[in-house]
Design a protein around this ligand. Structure first.
Ligand SMILES: [Zn+2]
Length: 390
């Protein structure tokens, strides 16, 4: 059984369902858990249920005016409207035509935002490092008279409830968080406010203490495989299971693993790591090429984000390779069975580099390089230093 087709979060659904049936589903919630496991999907379905005018138990009817409006979605515009410090109020943003050209039509993780007058959605614009306070409390010249905190207190258009979702809550700065405190502490009656972040530790204590915390767990292998098939990311269950195996319960990870160019680069990487000595100079060039080959994005910030993500993929695979090599060298040969991804190269590496201490050091050095990605802008430097240390 899965609540409204959402795999893997029945426990959370059950909890909300109980509160809902007792008429007590309201207030501020903090959803946490890794990216790509369905927190936003869950928040949206919860909103639809809460706003529905004649729900059937804990399921929206799908036909009332509220459900109909909720299903009229629009694709978010990547470059937000805040650049000139004059964002349109949430209401006019919602009026954006639903036919807006999505800028990444091939992105299976792209999602649409419900176009409902009593639903508000705020997230970090792609070109910003943080959630601008303007979206929460209105622009400077209009502070407190627009934005999410203002809108949620206005009389609902339909029914008696309002729902707000604040996505990317990891990127709330102190100013933005402060503007939210009063609203989170005493939301209007019947309102539901949901913050979505990756972990409770990443939220400011003032936010944490005002929200009921709801933890979402990574998806099981079976649930993730089902999601991958349902979303058309995997062609069949076998392919889904193959992708899910390395994805730590996250759809986002599975997709990255599915990146076709990584598929071709992976064997090249493993083969090089299995050599007695790595040709650091030549291979650095090859890794840099791979990291930079992704199509150019019109947004500079996004382009460098794409490069960082690609390097993170390479390093994560390399770290796994060295961890597996360490285990193999300490006699755990069972991990070779059925390992079509890197079994042959691991065997070769164990022959070429039979030193377990070196394998551990290399695993640690690779994780170190992974951690440098967010701190340092110079990716070629990270790559060269990493490879010459191996
Ligand atoms: Zn309905």
């Amino acid at each position: 059984m899965s609540w409204q087709g959402i795999e893997g979060h029945d426990r959370v659904a059950e909890m909300f369902s109980r509160a809902f049936s007792r008429g007590r589903l309201e207030g501020s919630f903090l959803f946490t858990g890794p990216e790509g496991i369905g927190k936003r999907t869950f928040a949206f379905q919860l909103a639809k249920t809460v706003l529905c005018l004649s729900p059937d138990g804990f399921v929206p009817c799908g036909t009332c005016e509220s459900c109909r409006l909720f299903d009229m979605k629009y694709r978010p515009v990547k470059e937000e409207v805040v650049r000139d410090e004059k964002p349109l109020p949430a209401k006019s943003r919602r009026a954006a035509p639903p036919s807006l050209e999505p800028d990444e039509p091939d992105d299976p993780l792209a999602f649409d935002i419900p176009n409902h007058p009593d639903f508000y959605y705020v997230s970090k614009p792609a070109d910003r490092a943080q959630i601008p306070i303007d979206l929460l409390a209105g622009p400077k010249e209009n502070r407190g008279r627009s934005g999410l905190c203002y809108n949620i207190f206005r009389t609902p258009y339909l029914g008696s409830r309002k729902v707000a979702v604040i996505d990317d809550a990891d990127f709330l700065n102190e100013e933005g968080a402060n503007s939210l405190l009063k609203t989170l502490e005493e939301p209007p009656r019947g309102a539901v406010i949901i913050l979505i972040g990756t972990s409770a530790a990443k939220q400011l204590p003032t936010i944490r203490s005002r929200c009921q915390s709801v933890r979402f767990l990574p998806l099981s292998l079976l649930d993730l495989s089902t999601v991958l098939v349902n979303r058309g990311i995997a062609a069949d269950f076998d392919e889904a299971k193959r992708l899910a195996r390395f994805a730590d319960g996250s759809c986002k990870n599975a997709l990255e693993f599915n990146d076709a160019s990584l598929e071709t680069f992976r064997p090249v990487l493993y083969k090089q790591l299995a050599q007695p000595e790595i040709d650091a100079l030549a291979f650095s060039k090859r890794v840099i090429e791979f990291v930079e080959e992704k199509k150019k994005d019109k947004e500079k910030a996004r382009e460098s984000e794409l490069k960082r993500r690609r390097l993170a993929l390479v390093l994560a695979r390399a770290a796994r390779f060295y961890r597996d090599l360490t285990r193999l060298l300490s006699g755990e040969t069972s991990l070779l069975a059925g390992n079509i991804e890197s079994g042959a190269e691991l065997r070769l590496a164990a022959k070429n580099r039979p030193d377990p201490d070196r394998a551990i050091r290399n695993a640690e050095r690779t994780v170190g390089a992974l951690e440098q990605i967010d701190r340092m802008g110079n990716l070629p430097y990270i790559i060269e230093a990493w490879l010459s240390d191996l």
